[in-house]
Write a protein that binds this ligand. Structure first.
Ligand SMILES: Nc1ncnc2c1ncn2[C@@H]1O[C@H](COP(=O)(O)OP(=O)(O)OP(=O)(O)O)[C@@H](O)[C@H]1O
Length: 689
């Protein structure tokens, strides 16, 4: 009798999960879940400790430490901020734009003082001169401010576009293990795209140009003021930091609320961040909504409660920050008034003591006041440096993660025979400590149909994952036609292997587009053929045209293009091919989805076909139809059938029985099924092993 493989796990791993969101908790019975709702949980998990596992863990934590320490700055961000001529133009417009506030202050005050002396003999000439100058200033500042804003916006949009597309490309190229981590939940990742990228401008020249603008503004204001009256200019200069800080206070107010979600500062994305947890939960809920509602209202209440609890901490921080924001806002407004009161008080004293012209004094005062006001305003618009650093670390960690480069020489590798060999393959999932495959070895000759069977969790699906290079193996080799798949380009490899899963995922596109996803350039003739091979044609051709029109117009507002509808190629296909499949194929039955998925796999005309429990989720009737489709699909191809129901593998040429990540038996179905001593026989009889 073979003992349960978890029986010999020895290593004790203590894992404290503080408020950890796991749907397995959520899907427990409502009462049980609610009972444990307010308590932290200690889980003790026993597992085996191999020396090499420990070494791997140590190495992994060292790598993680390095990743955490890595900080990204302006140099990385500026690579995506361009074009350079626009950055240079932005510098020029910022430089000249900085003259705006102080010149405006001076000219406004000048015109004001001229207006107060209509009896002056030079009144008309002065008025005309300064008003003309003010008009010229208005036009020039208008041009510079236009350029400034426009260039800044264009540069910013370029940055966001470049980073988003690069990030998207990068994520699409990650292997499957990358997504296994909780902090890679769809909600967390989509937050990176929608929110975090917007913060990056704090690490671009925009930040430094704003500082330059504020400084220039002050320098110009002081120079103008000195030229009029050095005493009052000096007083203004000493007191202007008060004004500058008003701008900075407003900058803090703007960015304070956003800081709530940024508790992790400069570190990487962390699932400890309550917002990330909440986003992860939200994406889980949306993706698994059908399952969630099937568990009834108690579980829904539980999910609502847990979401509210997760947002409670940021909410409290937000409320606390509201006090600070209020105080800073009050300070900013009041400080400006105080500044005016103070400076006019001093001016009054100077007029009294030194007999200065009050109107000149007003011009000097107002020039510095406007310069300080302008500088403060610029500072209030400053992008947040800390948010930018935090966002840059999260984004560039993902962009710069090394996923292992494919060997370019093998890009043109073509599977000719479809011979598969696993040679002493050792593998463990990145998130796990125990090995799933332990020196697994087997061979599949050209065109042979082999079945892999074994207990649940024995590693059957893992074999499929590894053959498709979803994960990197730790030791051994996987060969196709004698070539190590490590040296084969991943995209190239995957386009040549057909893969049908237990739960086929269809896209919210038409049936035709879903089939075409396997081969974008597929002709209608090919689509028709594979739909026929997959036994899908009958049901597609039964779809009523009336339903189609409504669906086509209503799903996500997406409409089949006229070009699609009226092109001569499409007219050869039955309109049923234009039926939208719904989110994850929700508008089709399980059997229909599976047949579309088979057609999608076959359109590649793969030499190798992997069927991972492709019929196990279906009822008996659908199973028979799909099984017939699969039998047709396997003809002339090397096929690996991963099966739960042993009745479905009778037609396979060879059976591999795996247990604890090793092949323990192999033979034909007849040989294994007839020998009562075999593991296979016991598996088939549902006996305890
Ligand atoms: N992405 C993953 N991350 C971590 N562990 C995983 C992952 N996928 C599978 N495992 C674990 O690896 C082991 C083998 O899983 P696998 O899916 O290959 O088993 P299986 O034989 O196909 O099981 P079943 O018949 O139930 O589908 C199991 O213990 C499983 O919990």
């Amino acid at each position: 009798m073979i003992s349960h493989y978890e029986g010999d796990l020895k290593f004790k791993l203590l894992k404290k999960i503080d408020y950890n969101i796991e749907l397995k908790d959520v899907f427990r019975s409502g009462d049980e879940a609610i009972e444990s709702m307010n308590t932290d949980k200690d889980f003790e998990i026993e597992s085996m400790s191999d020396q090499d596992n420990c070494i791997d863990q140590q190495m992994e934590s060292k790598i993680n430490e390095k990743l955490v320490q890595k900080q990204y700055g302006i140099r990385e961000v500026m690579k995506y901020y361009g074009p350079k001529r626009l950055v240079a133009l932005s510098f020029i417009s910022t430089f000249f734009g900085a003259f705006g506030f102080p010149l405006n202050g001076m000219m406004f005050a000048k015109i004001f003082t001229i207006m107060l002396r209509p009896e002056s003999p030079t009144y008309i000439a002065d008025r005309n001169f300064w008003c003309s100058l003010y008009t010229i200033l208005a036009v020039l500042i208008g041009i510079f401010e236009f350029l400034n804003k426009r260039n800044g916006k264009v540069l910013n949009e370029n940055l966001i576009y470049n980073i988003r597309t690069k990030l998207y490309q990068s994520i699409l190229r990650k292997n499957l293990g990358w997504f296994d981590r909780q902090e890679r939940a769809p909600g967390v990742l989509s937050n990176l795209f929608s929110e975090e990228v917007n913060y990056l401008n704090g690490l671009t020249s925009e930040f430094y140009y704003s500082i330059l603008d504020a400084s220039m503004c002050m320098v110009i204001g002081c120079c103008l003021s000195f030229q009029i009256n050095w005493r009052i200019a000096l007083v203004s200069l000493v007191t202007c930091p008060v004004m500058l800080f008003t701008g900075f206070a407003q900058h803090i107010i703007v960015h304070l609320s956003a800081k709530n979600s940024n508790k992790q500062g400069n570190k990487q994305i962390s699932i400890k961040d309550p917002y990330n947890k909440a986003n992860a939960l939200l994406s889980d809920v949306i993706l698994n909504y059908k399952t969630i509602i099937s568990f009834g209202p108690k579980n829904i209440d539980y999910l609502i409660k847990i979401y509210g609890d997760l947002l409670l901490h940021p909410y409290k921080m937000g409320v606390r920050n509201a006090h600070i924001s209020g105080f800073l806002n009050g300070y900013a407004i009041s400080a400006r008034y105080l500044y005016i009161a103070f400076i006019f008080q001093i001016t009054g004293i100077f007029i009294e003591q030194y007999n200065y012209d009050p109107l000149d004094m007003f011009v000097a005062n107002y020039t510095v006041y406007m310069a300080a006001f302008g500088a403060g305003f610029t500072l209030s618009q400053l992008p947040s440096l800390s948010q930018a650093k935090s966002a840059a670390n999260k984004i560039f960690d993902i962009l710069n993660e090394n996923q292992g480069k494919d060997n370019q020489e093998a890009d043109n590798f073509v599977i000719k025979q479809g011979i598969i060999e696993f040679r002493d393959v050792v593998f463990q999932y990145p998130s796990r400590t125990e090995k799933v495959l332990r020196k697994l070895s087997f061979q599949v000759p050209e065109g042979m149909k082999i079945a892999i069977v074994g207990r649940s969790g024995s590693g059957k699906s893992t074999v499929a994952n590894l053959l498709l290079k979803m994960y990197d193996i730790q030791d051994g080799q996987i060969l196709i036609d004698g070539v190590d798949i490590k040296t084969i380009d991943t995209k190239n490899l995957r386009t040549q292997i057909g893969y049908v899963m237990q739960e086929p995922i269809l896209f919210n596109l038409t049936i035709k587009e879903n089939i075409q996803y396997g081969k974008q350039e597929a002709t209608n003739q090919e689509i028709l053929e594979v739909a026929n091979q997959a036994n899908a044609l009958q049901f597609i051709e039964k779809i009523q045209e009336d339903n189609l029109e409504i669906e086509q117009l209503s799903i996500n507002g997406r409409k089949i293009s006229d070009q699609d509808q009226y092109s001569p190629l499409v007219s050869k296909l039955h309109p049923g091919f234009d039926k939208i499949c719904g989110l994850k194929g929700s508008m089709l039955s399980g059997g229909q989805k599976q047949r579309i998925a088979i057609a999608r796999a076959l359109i590649k005309n793969p030499k190798i076909l992997i069927l991972d429990e492709a019929t196990s989720a279906l009822d008996e009737q659908s199973q028979n139809i799909v099984q017939q489709a699969l039998d047709k699909a396997m003809e002339g191809r090397t096929s690996i059938v991963i099966a739960h129901r042993l009745s479905t593998i009778k037609n396979c040429d060879w059976i591999l029985v795996i247990h604890k990540g090793k092949v323990v038996e192999q033979g034909t179905y007849k040989e294994l099924a007839e020998n009562k001593q075999t593991y296979f026989f016991k598996l088939k009889s549902g006996m305890e092993m």
